[in-house]
Structure formats: structure tokens, C-alpha cells
Write a protein that binds this ligand. Structure first.
Ligand SMILES: *Cc1c(COP(=O)(O)O)cnc(C)c1O
Length: 361
């Protein structure tokens, strides 16, 4: 398909070559493909949102600094509000980070396979991408990572932990090694923690105003609020101040701010759900390990697996035929034959396991 009408300026060369970000949806009974929460937020939350909507001053611009939202997020993580930057999903947070710190003559480092949006947003912002490979188990070899950072001196190094799509959690020592390598190279380390609540530890422990570290979080997964588009970053004050320069003025609408605040009244309910999903993840992983698939341990709300001796896309299609949708990663680089299943409710996971059992030899 041509992207340019005749006589009209074409898009920037690097944009014209891009494929864009795609996450196909299919109408099925059991949707386990995008790592969403299987349950909506608590009913009391929805009531609080309705009340908040009724009191929005729609004729006024919202609080540009999102003062209360940032204070509440800061309190939750034991930092100060000036160390919190919020935006429309953590994807917009990442975009702002690259707008401020990427760009011409700068690079961003990624460790593949990982979250496709990191290199995508880097390219969109004109930032070169440098990459190294994770090992066979999708873990990060610190020597390989440090060699990449030392030789390319990236402005931003991305570490996704737990890693999407493998579920791999980087150890605290790997995080420390990357942090010191990124710092020595004069760059920033960004740890994407979209799934941190499902994992045993977080890079938040290393946050302070002297450390070039940013940690991103989202309301989309744990908080069952993918529909709200809200995410945030915790980092040094000076970094947050730069991000505020590149974000559009009033980018967080008034209702979204209220929604983000209301959600934080339900921490206990959310923790109970996280505990249930972690228990289901372990059950799912153990059950799959008994079948003809290779399965990787996950610290997230999804599990990566590879059916043995079968074509990944065929297995994916046979699951769809049984009205179960998982993510087909089988043609992604370094993920030959792999599929990724989001942990759902117990009945959903049982549907998936039964469907898989009907397909595997
Ligand atoms: C889902 C996901 C996000 C979330 O993005 P939002 O824009 O907050 O919905 C970010 N990073 C990773 C690795 C993810 O898998």
C-alpha cells in the first residue's frame, strides 16, 4: 500500500519504512492474548469513578501538574511527588523519555527478545537502536549487556523486568550491574516494570536523585485499567522535570486523574487479585510442564511456551478454533514457535489447558 498521494510530501524516510505496532484481536470466548486483568476493577471503584465524573469541572483545564495523583502515587512508592511523572499509559511515558533523551545522534539499547515498543518508540523519535541478545533462557548475561553499553554508550538503556514476552525477572545484581554501566557511559537506565506487582522484586529500591534510573509502571495490568490509559514513571527530580517539558500541556485529562486517584483506594483488593493470579500462574506453569511444551518460568501475569514438534501458528489456530486466543509470537525474531498465554481466571485457564491437551500429541 502506498503511503503517499502524488504531489504530497512523503513521511520521513524512517517512518515510511515502519510497520507500526499491531496487536490483532479476534472474537473468542477466552481472551488470553494481551496480558490484561481477567476481572474488572472492584464495583466500589466504578461507583467512585461515577461520583468523580459528576464533579469534574468540564469547562476548566485540568490540573496540569496532576498534583494529587502524583502525591498519591509518590506516597504509595515512598518517593516525593516531584519524582513522579504520569502520562497516558506507560507507553506515553516511554515516548516522553525518548523525546527528552533520545533523538538524532543518540541511541537506545534493548535486549532482545523484549517489548517491541521500546525500539519502535526509539525509531519514531529518531533515536538509533542498538541491541544485544538475551541468552537461551531469555535471561540477561551481564557481560553481554555491559559490553553493548560500553561500546555504544546509549542515551537510554531499556531493561524490561519482568520481561515481556518471556516473563523473565532480572536479578537485583543484574539491575545493579546495568545501572552502573549505564551511568558510567553517561546514559540512563529505564526499567520497564509494567508487571512488577507479579514479581519478587523491583528496581524501585535503587531510586534516588543521584542515580540515572527511571522505573515505569502502568495501571493497565495489575490495576485492571487498560481502558483508562494511565501509567507513570518514578525517577530523579531532574529527569521528571525534563519529561514535563516534552509532554503536551494538560495531557492528563481531569477524569483520568480522578480515576487514577480513586484506584489507589483499593490497594488491598488489587493485592488479593495479584496473589490469585500468581497462584494461577504457578498452577498453569506446572500443568503445562507436564505436557509436550517447553515452558519458561514467569514473574508476570503471562507464560511463554513452545509446543514441541508442532508448528506454533498451527497450534495458535487450533486454540482459536476452540475459542481460546493467545498471543502468537512464533514468527517473532528469536521466539521461533513460541506462544504467550495471559493468566486468566481459574475457569479460563482450565479452558486453555483443556484446549491445549486436545491439540498436543
Ligand atoms: C503492557 C505493557 C506496557 C503497558 O503500556 P500501557 O501504555 O501502560 O498500557 C508497558 N510495558 C510493557 C513491557 C508492557 O507489556
Amino acid at each position: 500500500m502506498s503511503s503517499t498521494a502524488s504531489g504530497v510530501v512523503p513521511p520521513r524516510d524512517d517512518i515510511a519504512l515502519m510497520a507500526g505496532y499491531h496487536s490483532p484481536q479476534i472474537d473468542v470466548e477466552v481472551r488470553l492474548n494481551t496480558n490484561e486483568s481477567p476481572l474488572p476493577p472492584p464495583a466500589a471503584f466504578s461507583e467512585a469513578v461515577a461520583a468523580a465524573a459528576a464533579s469534574v469541572e468540564w469547562n476548566r483545564y485540568p490540573d496540569r501538574r496532576a498534583t494529587e495523583l502524583r502525591s498519591r502515587i509518590a506516597a504509595r512508592h515512598g518517593v516525593v511527588p516531584d519524582q513522579v511523572f504520569a502520562a497516558n499509559g506507560s507507553n506515553e511515558v516511554l515516548q516522553c523519555l525518548l523525546l527528552a533523551y533520545g533523538g538524532a545522534d543518540r541511541s537506545a539499547a534493548v535486549f532482545e527478545p523484549s517489548y517491541a515498543l521500546h525500539p519502535h518508540l526509539a525509531r519514531v523519535t529518531g533515536t538509533a537502536v542498538v541491541e544485544a541478545e538475551r541468552d537461551r533462557d531469555f535471561d540477561l548475561d551481564p557481560e553481554v549487556a555491559v559490553a553493548l553499553i560500553d561500546s555504544t554508550r546509549p542515551a537510554v538503556t531499556f531493561l524490561c523486568s519482568p520481561n515481556n514476552p518471556s516473563g523473565t525477572v532480572s536479578s537485583r545484581s543484574v539491575m545493579e550491574t546495568l545501572l552502573s554501566a549505564a551511568g558510567s557511559a553517561g546514559g540512563l537506565l529505564c526499567v520497564d516494570e509494567a508487571y512488577a506487582e507479579f514479581a519478587p522484586h523491583s528496581a524501585l529500591d535503587f531510586i534516588d536523585d543521584e542515580t540515572p534510573l527511571a522505573v515505569t509502571r502502568t495501571y493497565s495490568k495489575t490495576w485492571a485499567m487498560a481502558g483508562a490509559r494511565l501509567g507513570y514513571l518514578i525517577g530523579p527530580r531532574w529527569l521528571v522535570a525534563e519529561l514535563e517539558k516534552v509532554a503536551l500541556p494538560y495531557h492528563l485529562d481531569a477524569l483520568k486523574q480522578a480515576v487514577g486517584i480513586a484506584a489507589l483506594d483499593y490497594v488491598d483488593e488489587m493485592q488479593a487479585r495479584v496473589d490469585a493470579i500468581v497462584a494461577e500462574r504457578e498452577r498453569l506453569t506446572a500443568a503445562m510442564a507436564e505436557t509436550a511444551v517447553q515452558v519458561w518460568p514467569s514473574g508476570s501475569n503471562f507464560v511463554l511456551f513452545r509446543p514441541l514438534g508442532l508448528d506454533g501458528t498451527q497450534v495458535w489456530q487450533q486454540l482459536v478454533d476452540r475459542s481460546v486466543l493467545v498471543r502468537n509470537c512464533s514468527s517473532w525474531p528469536r521466539l521461533n514457535g513460541c506462544l504467550r498465554v495471559t493468566v486468566g481466571t481459574r475457569p479460563e485457564n482450565d479452558r486453555f489447558l483443556a484446549a491445549l491437551a486436545g491439540i498436543l500429541p
